[in-house]
Design a protein around this ligand. Structure first.
Ligand SMILES: [Zn+2]
Length: 242
């Protein structure tokens, strides 16, 4: 599967997380999000994929790549840019994938915006060749709504066994994003920007009807001060329950 690692230009045209409008979805964008969720559910990929709100925190160099690393002892994850030259690209997989709007002869043009090591997340079901049909349809929905710079494909992963009542609160410290696990109830809702959604398929036991329920799985804690510091809150659901 041809997904190239991000360059600096792949981030600079994304909305800044501290911009007031970044977290506000228009009616059309909300519709786009719903259709992407339906598509994920149709393929039965609820346990693998979600949709990310694309955004920008700080400048990244062409020689760098965003890597997310968990610390089970401290129950936190850290995302930071590291040198591409120090990465073994056969051992990492993208967890946030951007689709570029420009056409290419061999199909969609995909960019990995954030990566994890398969050693850290051995159970991760990364994007693979057999997902080509799904990815094509995902990109077609983005095309319909001109959503290429708003939504990306997120690969569900969790090594911290985060409960449904918990969140990951992310704080931007210099060029690192530190996420700590906290109770969801501690999050100040007005400052939260939802940045990752997953869908649960529910079945009505009486008539067997199925439907999709969207839930926020990741959110940025937006800065009030106008400074560059900001944070994330991640709300993970146990993928086994899907
Ligand atoms: Zn963020």
């Amino acid at each position: 599967m041809d997904i190239r690692p991000h360059l600096s230009a792949d981030y600079v045209d994304l909305p800044d997380i501290d911009n007031n409008n970044t977290g506000t979805l228009t009616e059309s964008e909300d519709q786009c999000l719903g259709m992407l969720g339906n598509l994920i559910a149709e393929y039965g990929f609820n346990h693998r994929f979600g949709v990310t709100l694309l955004h920008y925190h700080f400048a990244v160099d062409d020689s760098e790549i965003f890597l997310e690393e968990p610390s089970r002892e401290m129950r936190m994850v850290t995302t930071r840019p590291i040198q591409k030259s120090s990465i073994d690209f056969t051992s990492v997989v993208p967890i946030n994938i951007r689709f570029l709007a420009r056409e290419s002869l061999d199909g969609q043009d995909m960019v990995g915006l954030e990566y994890v090591s398969m050693v850290d997340f051995p159970g991760i079901e990364a994007v693979q060749e057999s997902d080509a049909g799904f990815l094509k349809q995902f990109e077609q929905v983005l095309t319909t709504f001109s959503g290429h710079s708003r939504f990306g494909l997120g690969v569900i992963h969790d090594s911290l066994e985060i409960g449904e009542d918990e969140v990951l609160l992310e704080h931007c410290n210099g060029r690192s994003l530190h996420c700590n696990v906290a109770l969801r109830s501690t999050v100040a809702q007005p400052n939260i920007i939802e940045t990752f959604w997953t869908w649960k398929t529910l079945t009505d036991g009486i008539d067997g009807m199925k439907w999709c329920e969207k839930s926020c799985s990741r959110a940025c804690f937006k800065s009030d001060s106008g400074s560059h510091s900001s944070g994330h809150a991640s709300i993970h659901h146990n993928s086994n329950s899907w």
